[in-house]
Write a protein that binds this ligand. Structure first.
Ligand code: NAD
Length: 432
């Protein structure tokens, strides 16, 4: 099939590359000329394991362009994968989706299906369908399908090639037939439903995972108070097949471009309909507090941060990605700087993105050793393998005071004790 993908971000680019891998001819469109130029040279503008190789491997079937008219004009399917960021009030900014819809309506010259992969509020597909039907330039039939995406950054290629399900929200058998042609080569299970239910599946799934994280963090905080161990608790819970072990890792909360905005968007949608989603509101509140939990712990050791040398290991919202959107590290660094600390940071792939926010206010280090040398205290915000495998004795050897605040429970408590560091983590007993 001839498929066009609007947006060459984490979702659009991975989708385009995987569709090409499965034999479709794909035109991936972006308005960002720098991104497109990099991609035309076979280089990925984002860090995502396996993606660059997949793009290069499929270059005969995969092209990158800013010329949306040429890409959309005769496509069988156009997939919208543009960003849907958060507004101040928690609602979803659909500006980019509408812009892409306008470009599609103006240019399409043959019958096609528009599949919305961006995460959009329930009802958006219906609105888009009405709008496109009214404003299309040529008398063609354009069907709108909700086709939400469930990939995780860091494992996006694998998640797409071996997805747990393909969700299709369709309003006609024809739209379903076309979308099955797109996805049949993946040989994955389908969930076929109406457009609104498909849009809701996306929010309900993401928000459920956020709830699970906030729940385990809430329990971790209680474990600290009653002297129980969250890891034993999570293990015991996770073995129950009704609960499952995933998303039960206590830490300093979720970040990224999805959970924070999707939880707020669902609450916003509910309140617009006069309904209060109390469980989700609680998950958001727990996460907000959890983010700065280590800062509060650190204060109990050293009072204030003025003039302190602070090392920060891990900047991205999780390992395996260069994405720092809503990363807990950012909120913590902002507090440290505001209170007068000198902050040295290390991350294997996230530092260029962080430089765009904090510029020369931070010292960017090439190694973990450089970041922790002479530090008064050290924070860990992302569980990169390099951090997990780091020799704990180095903290004691290199830091001025070996005070380590670990927001991702990277180390075993006994090893930390043996290495002679003062180690605080989340939901576990303190060993010093
Ligand atoms: P992103 O910001 O990485 O990428 C969006 C891209 O769209 C950008 O490159 C931007 O330049 C481009 N763009 C904007 N307007 C355009 C237009 N008119 N035509 C073509 N390109 C245009 O965003 P993302 O992380 O890939 O997320 C995209 C959507 O997928 C969002 O709705 C998000 O909620 C959803 N989603 C994201 C993830 C994830 O892990 N990132 C997972 C599932 C769903």
């Amino acid at each position: 099939m001839d498929i066009a993908v609007a947006g060459a971000g984490y979702v659009g680019l991975v989708t385009a590359a995987c569709l090409a891998e499965k034999g479709h001819r794909v035109a991936c469109v972006d308005v960002d000329i720098e991104k497109v130029m990099l991609l035309q040279r076979g280089m990925s503008p984002i860090y995502e394991p396996g993606l660059e190789e997949l793009v290069r491997k499929n270059r005969e079937r995969l092209r990158f362009t800013t010329d949306y008219a040429a890409a959309y004009r005769r496509a069988d399917v156009i997939i919208i994968a543009v960003g849907t960021p958060e507004e101040r009030d928690g609602s979803v900014n659909l500006r980019y989706v509408w812009e892409a819809a306008k470009q599609i309506a103006r240019t399409v010259e043959k019958d096609c299906v528009v599949a919305v992969k961006s995460t959009v509020p329930v009802g958006t597909g219906d609105e888009l369908a009405r709008w496109i039907a009214e404003y299309r330039k040529h008398p063609v039939h354009i069907e709108v399908v909700a086709n939400p995406e469930f990939l995780s950054q860091g494992t996006a290629v694998n998640d797409t090639l071996y997805a747990s399900r393909i969700v299709l929200g369709v309003e006609s058998p024809h739209a379903e037939k076309v979308m099955r042609e797109v996805y049949d080569p993946f040989a994955l299970p389908y969930v076929v439903t109406d457009r609104k239910s498909a849009e809701m599946i996306k929010y309900a799934s993401n928000v459920f995972l956020a709830l699970k994280i906030s729940y385990i963090n809430d329990i971790a905080n209680l474990c600290e108070i009653v002297d129980a161990d969250i890891e034993a608790v999570a293990e015991g819970m996770g073995m129950d097949p009704r609960i499952g072990p995933r998303f039960l890792r206590a830490g300093i909360g979720y970040g990224g471009s999805c959970f924070p905005k999707d939880t707020k968007a669902l609450c916003h949608l509910a309140s617009r309909c006069g309904y209060e989603l109390k469980t989700v509101r609680a998950a958001i509140d727990v996460n907000e507090k959890q983010k700065l939990k280590l800062i509060e712990k650190a204060r109990t050791y050293i009072g204030d941060f003025h003039g302190r040398e602070a090392a920060v290991l891990g900047l991205t919202f999780k390992p395996g990605t260069d994405d720092i959107r809503e990363a807990p590290a950012l909120a913590n660094i902002a507090v440290l700087l505001e209170e007068g600390a000198n902050v040295k940071v290390w991350d294997p792939v996230g530092m260029d993105n962080v430089k765009r926010i904090f510029a020369e206010n931070l010292t960017y280090c090439a190694t973990i050793e450089e970041a922790i040398a002479n530090a008064d205290l050290c924070f860990i915000f992302t569980e990169w393998p390099e951090i997990r495998q780091f020799d704990l004795c180095q903290y004691a050897a290199l830091m001025k005071t070996p005070l380590v605040f670990d927001g991702r429970n990277c180390y075993d408590l006994e090893s930390a004790r043996k290495a002679g560091i003062l180690y605080e983590s989340i939901g576990r007993k303190q060993v010093g």
